[in-house]
Design a protein around this ligand. Structure first.
Ligand code: SAM
Length: 310
């Protein structure tokens, strides 16, 4: 847990929405407004050095810009017009790593409020099909507005429990990619004082167990779509129970037909080595990666393998 003494100042990350703009134009826009562009960061340390009215391109994601922690762009024209999305860097990793080619069919299993959905749509260049599910009607309504503003057109929203979706429905026949970003304890989210969410609130053993069993169920279902090739799993939790433990259980059960992808070998913080491929996953924390606390794992179907277990 981060104490107030070691308060971290996270940069304000801005993802350029490639459905409406391009990185060069957004950089020029901010420069014309008097911001100084520092070029491309070459290390995470560079992201700590941004002064007010300065910004820098991220070292990992080309369409991501980082601003001084006190920058507030919620009223900015580029945000209200959907040209930029205000999204933490860690939360940009799942869609970036899943990287579905334009034209593919993709599922976003727990999608609202839709930041990762709009990122996926941008990667797809709005070509293909993006099935997005969420249980929460209110969050889904907000998501509809956000997607409209972001110019997303390749989506189909469903107010539906993902764990009840039938993978053999012909509608999902061509789904090759699934993103699973389920409800989690949120223990990785840093609050305004740059402390992680109150652990007592987020992490009773019972609550973690209930969340982990939902996370396992959603992930398991995602892996059972007949033509799935890649499934990415992410949480904004720092708890092993919701991260490595879930992945380990999935490998135990489906390991004969899937494998874990070794994600971004140059990423500094790895999954815990509670099982041999644990470090193939990536973690993020305010101190190590200047982001919220986060976890990502990606499963890939072994070539020629078929599901043998229910
Ligand atoms: N992916 C979203 C984004 O990047 O904007 C954030 C998703 S949030 C971590 C988890 C979401 O899962 C919540 O909106 C919640 O309503 C939804 N959810 C919870 N249980 C679900 C279920 N059984 N089926 C579908 N969605 C569910």
């Amino acid at each position: 847990k981060v104490s107030s003494k070691e308060a971290y100042q996270l940069p304000r990350y801005v993802r350029v929405n490639l459905l409406k703009s391009n990185t060069e134009d957004v950089i020029d826009y901010f420069k014309r407004e008097g911001y100084t562009y520092l070029g491309q960061a070459t290390s995470i340390a560079d992201l700590r050095q941004i002064d007010r009215k300065q910004f820098i391109s991220d070292l990992h994601l080309s369409e991501l810009l980082a601003f001084h922690p006190k920058t507030d762009l919620h009223e900015h024209f580029l945000y209200t017009a959907g040209h930029i999305i205000l999204q933490d860097k860690a939360s940009c990793l799942p869609a970036y790593l899943l990287s579905p080619p334009a034209g593919s069919h993709v599922i976003d299993a727990c999608a609202a409020p839709g930041n990762k959905t709009s990122h996926l749509a941008a990667i797809l260049r709005n070509k293909g099909k993006l099935f997005a599910f969420d249980l929460d009607t209110k969050r889904l309504a907000t998501m509809g507005t956000l997607l409209l503003r972001a110019g997303v057109t390749c989506h189909e929203l469903a107010n539906q429990d993902f764990t009840l979706v039938d993978p053999s429905d012909p509608k999902y026949q061509d789904v090759n990619y699934v993103l699973v970003d389920p409800s989690c304890s949120g223990s990785g989210i840093v609050n305004r004082l740059n402390q992680f969410t109150d652990e007592e609130e987020s992490a009773s053993a019972q609550r973690l167990q209930a969340l982990a069993s939902f996370q396992y169920k959603a992930l398991s279902l995602a892996l059972s779509f007949p033509n799935v090739e890649r499934v990415i799993y992410s949480t904004c939790s720092i708890h092993c129970e919701e991260n490595e433990d879930v992945v380990k259980e999935i490998l135990k059960r489906h390991g004969n037909r899937i494998r874990l992808v070794n994600l971004m070998p140059s990423w500094p913080l790895r999954g815990l080595d509670t099982f041999p491929e644990g470090p193939y996953c990536i973690r993020a924390t305010p101190s190590d990666t200047l982001t919220n606390g986060f976890f990502v794992a990606m499963f890939e179907k072994q070539p020629g393998e078929k599901e043998t277990e229910q």
